[in-house]
Write a protein that binds this ligand. Sequence first.
Ligand code: C2O
Length: 544
Amino acid sequence: AAIVEHSFDVRNLTVTRLCREQVITAVNGSLPGPTIHVQEGDTLVVHVYNKSPYNLTIHWHGIFQILSAWADGPDMVTQCPIRPGTKYTYKFKITQQEGTLWWHAHVSWLRATVYGALIIRPRSGHSYPFPKPDKEVPIILGEWWNANVVDVENQALASGGGPNNSDAYTINGMPGNLYPCSQTQTYKLNVEKGKTYLLRIINAALNNQLFYKVANHKLTVVGVDAEYTKPYVTDVVVIAPGQTADVLLTADQPVGSYYMAAHPYASQPAIPFDNTTTRGIIVYDGATSSAPIMPVLPAFNDTPTAHKFYSNLTGLKDGPNWVPVPLHVDKHMFITVGLGLDRCRINGTCQGANGQRFSASMNNASFMFPTSLSMLQAFFFNVNGIYTADFPNKPPVKFDYTNANVSNDLSLLFAPKSTSVTKLKFNATVEMVLQNTALIAIENHPMHLHGFNFHVLAQGFGNYNPKRDIKKYNLVNPQRRNTIAVPVGGWAVIRFQANNPGVWFMHCHLDVHMPWGLATAFVVENGPTPATRLPPPPHDLPQC
Ligand code: C2O
């Protein structure tokens, strides 16, 4: 195992997209930022120099951070931000996971331009559980604004409404030639007939799930969220913000040019989206310059296609890093997730209709970040008053599982602000039913858990019904992941073992929902032995 060291120089720079110049915050002068390559078992050290005008943190999305919670990165959860002009070194070991993950800023909306791939290959002497691809290619899907993204977010929060739509989707930072002035900003992949390519697809978009497709080619999914899956052949990949998908593409079609394309999956346009499509070109060696073939993407609201993709994925039982489903459950949680309204009692006034603005909650608790100390510091140094360990196990409404409208219960509309978290004993197994509500909008919330991967036992539409739905649990070979797209107007059941002490954030990965409060955290206590206790913070941990 090696020590892999990187320096991130984060600063503002001017780039040109969609016919205009725009100042963005970026890492090492590039968009996306650098791709990090490690092998399972390596230690990654990243020196982050914040030369931007904003507070910054970097999160290593999906990394387990075993005994290294200080390096996880969510602002005010595991650290105070890296102030402009200062630095912090993230150091952690990467074990028990292989595949595609990514890193991104975890403060305000900076992750719109501060992101990159993190690729974990098997350690030397180990191989993939599928035929070795001839080449590996990161495909990072993103979202682009013709505006400063921090301003876009602040405007949305101040107005109480939704944010402005982005102006383009991107592939590896490039909008593609359906957008104005983007002919030369179209991602291009050269392939050789007969060869196989591992596409490491990452959805780094802020607020939209995406459909991704390659014209005329089948895709074989072999991993999601850095967990191997049983190979699954499909012609469309559905990917929510935060998720990754490793797919094999064999250049088995007639020599020619083919587009890859992505556009939103939005069950209903409650999440703003701009209706447009990003695309890149796959060119076979020896192809003549005829017009590339364009794939037909599913309709924006094609929920059956999205559900088919997600519910057909299974884990690669007994494959590398496979973890069997824990069969004993210590803590059962039933959690509503969804949007609501806020009467602005906290800030006094807001400009939304009737003095209201959008808000969001989990079990009627609308999460608020602490401001004076990070939650992890409060945990480690036993400081009171930063969070309370009283997150409700159940929503305050009585769920009539047979009544399809209960997730409309209006008592969940105005959720109080809260800093409540769930305390877990070391190694406790948690089962969570995540139930989407339908108060303001019926939509699909990609829920991301830091620090752990969970098994996805079942998912479905309408209200979760324990008697009926427990029979659908896959306890044999479920997919394991770090982000679950809870189906629109539906539910998902996940299970994980809290085998890592620290404070672990859980939130909707639609960036607009997080500041509205669609978040909570788990505080996992130290274990009994020195090897199961969180070490003290690194000396350069930023202070508030
Ligand atoms: Cu990818 Cu808490 O984030």
